[in-house]
Design a protein around this ligand. Structure first.
Ligand SMILES: [Zn+2]
Length: 866
């Protein structure tokens, strides 16, 4: 999208004043939760004016004056804050001439507890004392809560930060510390070096009782981890990953890391996962502090992913930045893509592009809905962009970037990225600038391809058929959608959706006499025919699962694939077969009974992702049946899973793959809960007791499964023990593991106890929305959690970070029993979630799909299983 709103929108500041360099001095008060600040902002005055307009909110600006280009001081006549537009207007006593001037402001603000702007985060130290950290989260538009500024991403400037702090406190900002002096009153004045030219949303300052590791050198710059005191033993892994990623990206991008140092900062309260402030990246503790010996593979992988993601942003996002918030999707999609690339290089044995399949599935799941959205859409106000921080931006966006990379070729793609970054360093871009760079490098119609994926929602299913007596392969595309036979679907809308098409970069493989051939074609228009010169044994579209489309095969082609899946297909391709089969169930094209038959043929499966997809489908089916039919389903699960677990054994094997270790846990979990297997439940208890008696003696994946089984099948005794373990946990991972499973107990009194906990200080507001989401997904107790959310709606909204409310509500998708679903629909007739209305509409439509699934499938499934 080109930006036409620039001069007209009330959300865009006039371009007649351009900031160049801010000198900021900030003095936080960790006792009274406030701060004092002053700013000297060098500005270029492009037109004579006696009025300056910039952004500020929740700041009291007590003084303002300008030193004009001639060196004269002009006092402010009036300082006018406007809370609605979050603007500050400064009327000057005289006309300000064209040239370089300096705006001086003095102000005070509050350290809020809303996890945005300049805010406070608290923790209890190892001696049991309550401690306070003052920290920042500015993206998208909250720098204006900390200092008056031109708070739009293309007003890039240099920042020179000074923090005034109490003795004994750490002070961190984007650049390295230049000096530390002691003021008359004993306060420490910490001055930092100038940053590079960058956007306001990337500025950071953090003050508090933090410790900092010794630096390691990465790409020539010092890299450290900063952490709440007492947690230094959990920092080695982040240093290792950080160093690897910084060097990996410098090499990939062909540009050295643009900061002068890099701190990875663990913050006890954090609304997002992490934030890519240049040189001073902030994280939730669980995404940076970890004990590798006690963590599961997914826990370690998420630390790796998130560090990689944020460091990828140091170049893509920080060095080169979107002009306006409509471009935020590319910023995030690309960083997510690079995160996969870096994690894959860091631990090749984790097979990261295969496990990415589950992220792609989550994106497909939303994008199959009529209420999906295009990846990029016009953004007038910054709040419009708040809805962009979702699965379509991150997961679909990354999947689409991956599809393009694989179609163009990895080397060509990287060359295009390098050209784009070096041409736009320290500047701002539109999405199309990247497509043009890739087009120039590859000679392919990148803009045309990508526009079809970026500016329309949804995705195609590609049908594969053999025609002309087997001599021609025909690929046909149409928009994929779920069956929603309960809704009164608008026929006009349906007809219009049916006409939508994409420019699909198809990669397919086919086999003749055991030889496999790979081909690439661009599917434009409804279909394309490919001539075959030999008879083929099988054909697979979406080779290596890199395309963002589903596949549907003619019956005999499907059978040819399924029967050869184990020997001929890669794990991600087998994953795709199961995933497409489950999607066909939701679309009403395959029955749940047939899905069970499909997965029964995967009994020899050895891959974690494929198993997780099989189990995921069975968990959904399990929700549709009760009584004898459910018992019959449990027996089917046992028959399927037990042999796979037997092959792996119930104890870890020295030297085995991390993914096999994790698979063992996933299979045990499925056997114990979904399969209701006595042996698995007994083993879970044995493992947990062993781990309690001798910490560290049980493999983390097995232990996680054991805890999950004990919660799903346990009572008050287990609940109390787990609450205790949650409170006394030694690592952030262990803490979250015990917190999460408290949502899984199948007991109304225990559910009530846990629900009550989620709105007290027992559970951090950064975590509570996500565990409430899990409570809503509890098979039998979900409706109870729903009632709780409705009865505490105001508390929930007031207490939790605003971005998290709609994430909490994702749990309503599971409430598919008709009466509960009706109460959900009715509730949102009269209650809104303004910061996530698009996403809420998706949750509700997805719930409709589940209600329809239940109505369509439950009776026949019960009859079949009973
Ligand atoms: Zn990001």
């Amino acid at each position: 999208m080109t930006d036409t709103s620039e001069s007209t929108s009330e959300h865009r500041l006039p371009r007649t004043i351009v900031p160049v360099r801010y000198e900021l001095t900030i003095e936080p008060d960790l006792v009274e939760f406030g701060f004092d600040g002053s700013s000297a902002a060098e500005i270029d005055v492009l037109e004579p004016t006696n009025r300056l307009v910039l952004n500020a909110i929740e700041l009291e600006v007590t003084k303002a004056w300008v030193i004009d280009p001639a060196g004269n001081r002009i006092e402010a006549d009036a300082i006018i804050p406007d809370a609605d537009t979050e603007r500050l207007t400064i009327d000057l006593g005289a006309q300000l001439a064209i040239g370089r001037a300096t705006l001086h402001t003095e102000f005070t603000g509050i350290l809020n507890d809303k996890l945005h702007g300049f805010y406070r985060s608290t923790f209890t130290d190892t001696d049991g004392n309550d401690q306070v950290i003052a920290t920042t989260q500015f993206e998208a538009t909250d720098a204006r809560r900390a200092f008056p500024c031109w708070d739009e991403p293309d007003f890039k400037a240099i920042f020179s930060v000074t923090l005034v702090v109490d003795e004994g406190l750490a002070a961190l900002s984007n650049a390295s510390e230049l000096s530390r002096s002691i003021r008359e009153d004993g306060k420490h004045v910490v001055a930092f070096a100038d940053t590079m030219k960058m956007s306001t949303y990337l500025v950071a300052f953090i003050v508090g009782p933090l410790d900092v590791t010794e630096p390691v050198i990465a790409n020539g710059k010092p890299l450290r981890v900063a952490y709440p005191r007492g947690k230094g033993h959990l920092t080695d892994y982040a240093l290792e990953v950080g160093r690897f990623c910084l060097e990996f990206f410098a090499d990939y991008y062909g540009i050295d890391y643009p900061g002068d140092k890099l701190d990875l900062v663990a913050v006890p309260d954090f609304a997002f996962g992490a934030m890519e402030n240049l040189g001073c990246v902030t994280f939730r503790e669980i995404l940076v502090l970890v004990d590798p010996a006690a963590a599961t593979q997914p826990e370690l992988q998420s630390v790796t992913d998130v560090i990689a993601h944020e460091l990828a942003h140091m170049w893509f996002g920080d060095l080169v930045t979107m002009k306006w918030w409509n471009g935020i999707w590319l910023n995030e999609a690309f960083a997510t893509f690079m995160e996969m690339l870096a994690t894959d290089a860091f631990r090749p044995e984790w097979d990261r592009w295969t496990t990415f399949g589950s992220s792609r599935t989550v994106a497909f799941d939303v994008d199959a809905l009529k209420t999906t959205r295009p990846i990029e859409f016009p953004v007038i106000s910054p709040e419009d962009a708040e809805g962009m921080f979702d699965v379509l931006t991150y997961e679909k966006g990354a999947a689409v970037v991956r599809m393009l990379e694989q179609y163009l070729g990895e080397d060509v793609f990287r060359q295009g990225i390098r050209a784009y970054l070096s041409a736009n360093a320290y500047g701002n871009t539109e999405t199309t600038d990247l497509w043009d760079a890739l087009e120039a490098e590859s000679g392919e119609p990148v803009r045309r391809i990508m526009d079809s994926w970026i500016f329309q929602g949804g995705f195609p299913v590609v049908e594969v058929d053999l025609v002309d007596e087997g001599s021609t392969l025909r690929f046909t595309q149409q928009r994929f959608g779920y069956a929603d036979d309960i809704g009164e679907g608008d026929p006009d809308v349906d007809a219009e959706l049916a006409t939508e098409q994409w420019v699909v970069p198809l990669i397919f493989s086919s086999a003749t006499d055991g030889n496999v051939n790979f081909e690439k074609v661009l599917l434009e228009g409804p279909s394309i025919d490919v001539d075959l010169f030999e008879r083929i044994d099988w054909v697979l579209v979406n080779t290596e699962g890199t395309g963002f489309y589903r596949a549907q095969y003619a019956p005999d082609l499907r059978e040819a694939l399924v029967s050869r899946a184990q020997e001929a297909l890669s794990p991600i391709e087998r994953y795709g077969l199961v995933d497409d089969a489950w999607a066909a169930v939701l679309a009403g094209d395959l029955s749940t009974v047939d899905f069970v038959h499909v997965v029964e043929r995967f009994s020899a499966e050895t891959d974690l992702s494929v198993w997780e997809r099989i189990i995921g489908g069975l968990v959904s089916i399990d929700r549709l049946v009760d009584g004898e039919a459910r018992e019959r389903l449990q027996a089917i699960v046992r028959d399927l899973v037990q042999p796979a677990l037997d092959r792996l054994g119930t104890e870890p094997i020295e030297g085995e793959r991390d993914l096999d270790r994790e698979l063992r846990g996933a299979l045990l979990d499925a056997l114990g809960i979904l399969g209701a297997d006595d042996g698995a439940r007994q083993l879970a208890r044995t493992l947990f007791e062993r781990s309690e008696a001798e910490p560290g003696s049980v493999d983390p994946s097995l232990l996680a499964a054991a805890i999950s089984i004990l919660a799903a099948t346990g009572g008050a005794e287990e609940f109390d023990r787990f609450v205790n373990r949650f409170e006394k946990a030694e690592t952030p991972q262990e803490r979250l593991r015990f917190l999460n499973v408290l949502a899984d107990f199948d007991d109304s009194a225990l559910m009530d106890r846990f629900l009550a906990m989620t709105i007290t200080d027992a559970v951090r507001t950064q975590d509570a929305p996500y565990v409430l989401r899990r409570c809503l997904s509890n098979r039998n107790q979900g409706p109870r959690a729903w009632t709780f959310v409705t009865e505490h709606w105001d508390t929930v909204n007031e207490r939790f970070p605003s971005n998290s409310i709609v994430r909490l509500l994702e749990g309503v998708r599971s409430l598919s029993k008709p009466d509960v679903a009706d109460s959900v629909f009715a509730f949102f007739e009269t209650h809104e979630v303004p910061q996530g209305d698009k996403t809420l509409a998706q949750h509700l439509e997805r719930l409709e799909v589940n209600v329809a699934l239940r109505a369509r499938e439950a009776p026949t499934l019960a009859a079949h299983l009973g």
